[in-house]
Design a protein around this ligand. Sequence first.
Ligand code: PLP
Length: 455
Amino acid sequence: MTATGNSAASRDKAFVLHPYTNLHAHETQGPLIIERGEGVRVYDDAGNAYIEAMASLWCVSLGWGEERLVQAAAKQMRQLSSYHIFGHKSHEPGIDLAEKLIKLAPVPMSKVFFANSGSEANDTAVKLIWYYNNALGRPEKKKILARTRGYHGVTVASASLTGLPNNHRDFDLPIARILHADCPHHYRNAHPGESEEDFATRLAEQLEAQILAEGPDTVAAFFAEPIMGAGGVVVPPATYYEKIQAVLKKYDILLVADEVICGFGRTGTFWGSQTLGMRPDILTCAKQLSSGYLPISAVMVSEAVYRACVDESKKIGTFGHGYTYSAHPVAAAVALETLAIYEERDILGHVRDVAVPFQKRLKALADHPLVGEVRGTGLIGALELVADKATKANFDPVGRAGAVVNTLAQENGLIVRAMGDSIALCPPLVIGEDDVHQVFDRLTTALDAAIPVLR
Ligand code: PLP
């Protein structure tokens, strides 16, 4: 869209500071303005249709225009359009949603704390862990481990957990007491000939060495996405979590499962923790909790963590943490309706069915001359672009090939997301088989068109 006069594009450039955007490039390039959505497609202001193969940002599980969610929001808006749950106040949408999440939890959980975003949920988890260890009289046990290439958000603590350079650089992050363990990416980080199992064993040994070097009495928790998303979709090697969890248990270190992307069916089970065999003490979730229709996130905590917080709040006189919009009744009502739809329409069964052609078409792209590796599970996938398949050499500079394919996909009516030179796919869970084929047909066209540009 050209930015002329008083157009939306020129006003965007005049007034909007865009998240996750090259602000300098935006001043000349301007925005792609999305006007409406229907099913798995969105439409720009010139009427062009795109298959949204990222479900917006990994969240619009039920696709656009789900009338039941619109009605749930409107009904709640009329009844109780806003209210808080500070200081013993409560309301039924918040209570019902907490009860529902506890029933759905992958392991026994005790209580649910609500926030508005994945970042806030993870910041809350960090604070709860510190509070918990103070309650237990362990003021030194405060360091938090996350992983290189992990993504946990952008607020001060969650951006520190995130293991990506651009989230730290010149923001003066990470903060103290946040550490990063190795990334479990077999294709990039395994030794030549090392099996997945051996790689997982080595990662667990490296984790143990890191904990011992820091001092086990100073390490409080380990944050992990079951499958890393924004770091380029990294599926850990076989036996990884089994071995990692044995180390965490040995040193009394809590496991936090960041289910912000994997939660609610994305990997073919309800939680990524179930697909990957994780038994978290704390679980954070967001995004598909409300199909991305309204901002809401949740932190589930075990009884042990909750009890320690009760003791600490008794001592202090309050639990001094909460957001104005924690358990916002309209967001909670939409989340409840989303969860009801998942059950009634057997969205999980649908994901398992449609994941078969999705993964098959993804795997077939491994033969493409630009593709070094494909990886994925359920309805999440990625392909990594390389300059040389045999040596796994990256394109130079890293990120250019991803940007080229991203643009060519968009020109072919397909929205994907480039993370460096990995291209991620994460379509709405309701996508049908025909549209899965459309996604891969368009992506193949884009990849083919990228060959002469990149070579
Ligand atoms: N955790 C994970 C795994 C995510 O993918 C994201 C966002 O993509 C976040 C946390 C942060 O969520 P938000 O952008 O809602 O703050």
